[in-house]
Design a protein around this ligand. Structure first.
Ligand code: JHZ
Ligand code: ZN
Length: 419
């Protein structure tokens, strides 16, 4: 492990140095206090859920924003990890486009190997296989791995580490294309993970990595994407330095709308920076996104959001509204807990993922129910927690809207949407 840690509890440790550069000067920039685990859904209706410190610090040396505390990965990504990528059409469509564009641009030989780190239920590698590539998924969560295997995608049930990368490279299994979506921010050993990518990349190969973009988090007040699973909040500046330190070149980056705004990174062994990359880096410098300054004002905007949403819910309740939650997203756990929205405010949270039904949102203990309950209980309003899937969900809930139902969008400011 290349990160210096000081244990603060059995399953929680504090970093003493930056995850990216090892620098020791870490400035506190945003603090949510103690929060339950965002994906820690359980069937326990009463007993309080464990909560852990959730504080963002910014490295004075390299500008990398990161959590001060690391909850043990075995606790975060336990065997009952409930996230299945294929539940979201937006996620699957984005993956399909990503693969098609990568094949067209980098032209891997037919039958060349595509590896995906955190391959989940095979939502991306299915498309790589259909494009004529050999595929190998790697993921630590049992349920999604079983789903991927059932779909015929060879998948290793494991955390991706430098050791695993060496093992694969030793077997001659190196990737012409390596995909890693929404996983780099999740790994505690950031540098070891990047070294693993270097090891498992074939000569001439390209790693295509998607991460939520700090710029979008700040611009759209997406504070609820700050949770224990997300250890880093990346600017492009910090990413370029991170890869360079491990002998890789971040050559190109593209902004994409997924998950509230992400970066798609193109990483290779040889340096060949694109003009697009240079422009994005210059913009970060001009706007202070490469420094602790990025977070200035965020806490105030979140407090304002909280006041606005609470006032809206209270006003609606006073008018006799019956409000449900839609989508038991990880980010919803943070929004509900930080804003103190619970059983007194919402009937339940409806979700399409059957693995979450019968469980409770951590902390606030709202029950998670199938989406059919919307038609049965006929709430007047639905608070949309996965605001990132807004278009898909509004379309899917056209009948609710047509019957006079309304959605409440919490971010970047509370608004009520009618059909
Ligand atoms: P969604 C997850 O966050 C967890 P979450 C993780 N830590 C991460 O990094 C990001 O993804 C990328 C439901 N739903 O995608 C399914 C419907 O019910 O915003 C999910 O429970 N109906 C790995 O959990 C939740 O909403 C629908 O039509 O915040 C969406 O969660 C759709 C589209 C979703 O990610
Ligand atoms: Zn640093």
């Amino acid at each position: 492990m290349s990160v210096a840690l000081r244990p603060v509890a059995a399953d929680c440790a504090e970093i003493v140095a930056c995850r990216g550069c090892g620098g020791r000067e870490l400035a506190s920039v945003f603090d949510l206090g103690r929060m339950p685990l965002s994906d820690g859904f359980t069937a326990e209706a009463v007993r309080p859920d464990p909560a852990w410190p959730l504080e963002v610090v910014s490295c004075v040396g390299c500008g990398l924003a990161q959590l001060r505390h690391t909850v043990a990965p075995e606790v975060l990504f336990a065997d009952d990890y409930p996230y299945f990528s294929s539940v979201s059409r937006t996620v699957v469509d984005n993956a399909a486009r990503n693969v098609a564009e990568a094949v067209a641009r980098f032209r891997p030989a037919p039958g060349a190997l595509a590896i995906e780190l955190a391959s989940n239920d095979g939502y991306l590698l299915r498309h790589a296989r259909d494009a004529g590539l050999a595929v190998l998924g790697i993921d630590p969560a049992r349920g999604p791995v079983a789903a991927a295997r059932a779909a015929g995608i060879e998948t290793l049930h494991a955390f991706f580490t430098e050791e695993l990368a060496q093992h694969l490279a030793g077997q001659g299994r190196r990737a012409a294309l390596l995909f890693a979506n929404n996983v780099l921010a999740h790994v505690a050993d950031t540098r070891g993970f990047v070294r693993g990518i270097r090891t498992v990349l074939a000569p001439g190969g390209t790693a295509i990595i998607e991460v939520p973009y700090l710029r979008d988090l700040i611009d759209h007040v997406e504070f609820d994407t700050i949770y224990h699973e997300h250890l880093c909040y990346f600017s492009l500046t910090a990413l370029v330095a991170l890869f360079a330190r491990e002998g890789l070149a971040l050559n190109d980056a593209q902004r994409i709308p997924i998950h509230g705004g992400s970066l798609r990174l193109f990483v290779q062994r040889e340096a060949a920076p694109s003009p697009r990359l240079a422009a994005l880096l210059a913009q970060e410098r001009a706007e202070g996104l490469d420094r602790a300054d990025a977070f200035r004002g965020l806490a105030g905007r979140v407090a304002e959001l909280r006041r606005g949403l609470r006032a809206l819910l209270d006003r609606l309740a006073a008018q006799g509204a019956r409000i449900g939650g839609y989508g038991a997203a990880a980010k919803g756990t943070i929004l509900l807990n930080h804003f103190g929205i619970g059983r007194g405010d919402l009937l339940w949270v409806a979700d399409r993922n059957p693995h979450k039904h019968g469980l409770f949102v951590p902390g606030v203990k709202l029950p998670i129910v199938p989406v059919e309950r919307i038609a049965e209980d006929r709430p007047t309003h639905l608070l949309l927690l996965p605001w990132n899937h807004r278009a898909e969900i509004l379309q899917q809930q056209a009948a609710f809207l047509a019957a006079g139902g309304r959605f409440i969008l919490p971010i970047p400011e509370p608004v009520v949407v009618e059909g």
